[in-house]
Design a protein around this ligand. Structure first.
Ligand code: NAP
Length: 295
């Protein structure tokens, strides 16, 4: 293997520590404790695990965690009323509605209801719009895309002028990553399921971000020697040596890509740990905005 491993666990731990220090300062200087409200609807085990992890990390950095676990049959109006209550609650700096929501709930309306200053997930259309526009900045950047950029920056990858190819154009990963890289002055190509000659595009890239949801689709022969490769994908691969019968792999074939790339994220231990770290950073930032406004 030739590529440098971009250690997401280590970088996420560094960011978590930075947030812990800034939260301690807010308490000491301003007597202010940031708060994150999590809203979990239903009993999907994966969503429940994500929310528990977010709450645990909040406690570790000194952010108050306020959990709302709701039954799967909650009505649209009841959920909107809860979001309105949290918008008005001064103890709440950030509101995280865990997605996906049940089918009978209109997800877009719920996300639009979240106060712009508490949109720590960064999915409010105004925040996304500002991300897309030149010369404008969102109050909050969506956590996983923010994590991708931090991994690149903290690994000293040159962004300005770089050819960046993003595979995937989802609202939660591919599209915001592309907009962020463009803000950093990279030349960005977005590939998707209708792209012709995907390999040809990826082969030109100094930076490859794979957010496809297809196991090991990007192989070493598609990577330009020395490129930085960020693998957002999380997929299961059968592995009889594991107790649960599978292991996690990314959208990039790590074995072959790491022979060619200059730097690469592993799965697990790359992008995964960054998402919660950036949520903590956004929540602390939301609290800083309130403190500034009170001065
Ligand atoms: P998604 O909404 O399913 O989007 C997948 C994207 O990949 C789409 O834009 C799709 O194109 C494109 N695509 C699908 N097949 C393709 C093909 N054969 N060639 C080129 N492009 C293709 O997925 P997502 O939510 O962005 O998630 C992507 C991956 O990241 C998943 O494995 C997910 O589990 C993982 N993820 C990880 C984190 C984390 O680490 N914290 C967070 C979020 C997601 P079309 O638009 O044309 O359909």
């Amino acid at each position: 293997m030739t590529a440098k491993i971009i250690d997401g666990k280590k970088i996420a731990a560094d960011i978590q520590e930075e947030v812990r220090v800034s939260v301690a300062e807010m308490k000491e200087k301003h007597g202010y404790t940031p708060g994150l409200a999590t809203v979990l609807v239903g009993e999907d085990p994966a969503s429940a695990t994500y929310v528990r992890m977010k709450q645990k990390r909040c406690v570790e950095v000194g952010i108050n965690s306020l959990g709302h676990n709701l039954s799967a049959d909650i009505s649209q109006d009841e959920l909107q009323d809860l979001v309105a209550e949290l918008n008005a609650d001064p103890q709440v700096n950030g509101i995280l509605v865990q997605l996906p929501l049940p089918d009978h709930i209109d997800e877009e309306t719920i996300l639009n209801t979240i106060d712009l200053g508490k949109d720590v997930d960064g999915f409010h259309p105004v925040n996304i719009g500002r991300l897309a526009m030149k010369g404008r900045n969102p109050l909050f950047i969506p956590c996983t895309p923010y994590g991708v950029i931090e991994l690149l920056k903290r690994s000293d990858v040159q962004l300005s002028g770089a050819e960046a190819v993003i595979v995937g154009r989802s609202n939660i990963v591919g599209l915001p990553v592309a907009m962020l890289l463009q803000k950093e002055n990279a030349t960005v190509t977005i590939c998707h399921s209708r792209t012709k000659d995907l390999a040809g595009h990826v082969r030109r890239a100094d930076i490859v971000v794979a957010a496809i949801g297809r196991r090991e689709m990007i192989t070493g022969d598609m990577i330009k020697p020395g490129a930085a490769v960020i693998d957002v994908g999380i997929n299961q691969k059968e592995d009889p040596t594991k107790k649960r019968g599978y292991r996690l792999v990314g959208d990039v074939e790590f074995e072959s890509a790491s022979e060619v790339a200059g730097a690469i994220t592993p799965v697990p231990g790359g992008v995964g740990p960054m998402t919660i770290a950036m949520l903590l950073k956004n929540t602390a930032h939301a609290a800083e905005l309130v403190i500034q406004a009170q001065r």
